[in-house]
Design a protein around this ligand. Structure first.
Ligand code: UFG
Length: 338
């Protein structure tokens, strides 16, 4: 299949492009490289450009003639979205509208959209099923919910069929070691913990804390949540298992020709302390941690009800175990961080 991938140079996008390439799909990655990395695009063509740029899209779409779109490109840092919401409406909503206008103009028939567990806000019950009320607690989550709605309208009006995948916590890296997880400023728990481990291992633990999220001491944000050990519980899913769901979604869309929304998680929650403990076991490093106040906007527990995607798309995780997920990341951070 000919697939145009926006944001294919990013963390989840690059893992998906690799998997698509291995399955011999024809791919064109479109990415403005604001956070992505050109060298992470291992298969297919590449065009540097912005999804908000209509002239750019009107050059790229007719030249490649994609049948399908996978739309990863977005701003995706929750606290940043609170500080600068207009950036999120601009990138995630204006960008999506301009992209979908081009897709409709150029007869693209199906799309897979990166949505998020952030559409649910503070959950009323866990595990969270797709019919749980959607009340985003921040602008990022709201832009993802609106993105889903725009796609629903596009199906109704133009027959553009789509699958929206509500990701829970993406984690891990390419087990073959060809891809990584490299952000300008790191805030995600597993990379933060493994960067700390790498610093301890390399003997730099006594140095000043890094500005790029590489401090030697892991800060545990909140130990008074209503959870078994008081720290936040999340559902971590390996990035390749996420990638696989996009391929299944495209295959399903080309067969079924209808739109759907799916949660994408393992259905199992781990607390922040459990993640730190698991990382200590995987790395063999006594990673130091200290309890700190809650981080604003963090829900206590986010765990996916993932029966729907298993039943409808036939999705099943290959690496559901937390320690194995962390081990893939350690393969990367033990070499690159420290
Ligand atoms: N945490 C720490 N210390 C750190 C980093 C994180 O204690 O140094 C905690 C957080 O407070 C949270 C948990 O670890 O309780 C996971 O935090 P992450 O930042 O790794 O992930 P989030 O759950 O905040 O974010 C994820 C996705 C977002 C998505 C959000 C939905 O990365 O894209 O879930 O709420 F929007």
């Amino acid at each position: 299949m000919k697939i145009l991938v926006t944001g294919g140079a990013g963390y989840i996008g690059s893992h998906t492009v690799k998997m698509l390439g291995r399955k011999r799909h024809e791919i064109l990655t479109v990415d403005n490289l604001s956070t992505g990395h050109r060298e992470a695009v291992l298969f297919g063509g590449f065009e540097k450009g912005d999804i908000r740029d209509r002239a750019f899209l009107d050059r790229v779409f007719p030249a490649f003639r994609p049948e399908a779109l996978i739309h990863f490109a977005a701003s995706a840092v929750v606290p940043e979205s609170v500080e600068n919401p207009l950036l999120y409406w601009e990138n995630n909503i204006s960008g999506t509208v301009t992209l979908l206008q081009a897709a409709v103009r150029h007869q693209v028939r199906m799309a897979v959209f990166s949505s998020s567990a952030a559409v649910y806000g503070e959950p009323e019950r866990v595990p969270i099923t797709e019919d749980h009320p959607q009340r985003p607690a921040n602008p990022y989550g709201m832009t993802k919910l609106v993105g889903e709605q725009i796609l629903a309208d596009c199906d109704q009006a133009y027959g553009l069929k789509s699958v929206s995948l509500r990701y829970f916590n993406a984690a891990g890296v390419d087990p073959e070691g060809e891809l990584g997880e490299d952000r300008e400023v790191e805030t995600h728990l597993i990379p933060v913990v493994l960067k700390a481990a790498a610093r301890v291992k390399s003997g730099k633990a006594a140095g000043p804390e890094h500005s790029r999220g590489g401090g030697a001491v892991v800060r545990i944000f909140g130990s008074d949540y209503p959870t078994p050990d008081g720290t936040c519980v999340r559902d971590y899913i390996h990035v390749n298992d996420l990638a696989q769901a996009h391929i299944l979604a495209l295959e399903w869309l080309s067969r079924e020709r209808r739109s759907e929304v799916f949660n994408l998680g393992n259905g199992r929650g781990y607390s922040v302390r459990q993640v730190v403990e698991a990382a200590r076991r995987v790395t063999g490093v006594r990673i130091p941690s200290r309890d700190e106040p809650r981080r604003p906007g963090d829900p206590a527990e986010l765990v996916a009800g993932s029966e729907k995607i298993q039943k409808v798309l036939g999705w099943k995780a290959v690496i559901p175990e937390l320690e194995k997920i962390i081990a893939t990341s350690w393969g990367y951070f033990s070499k690159t961080a420290g």
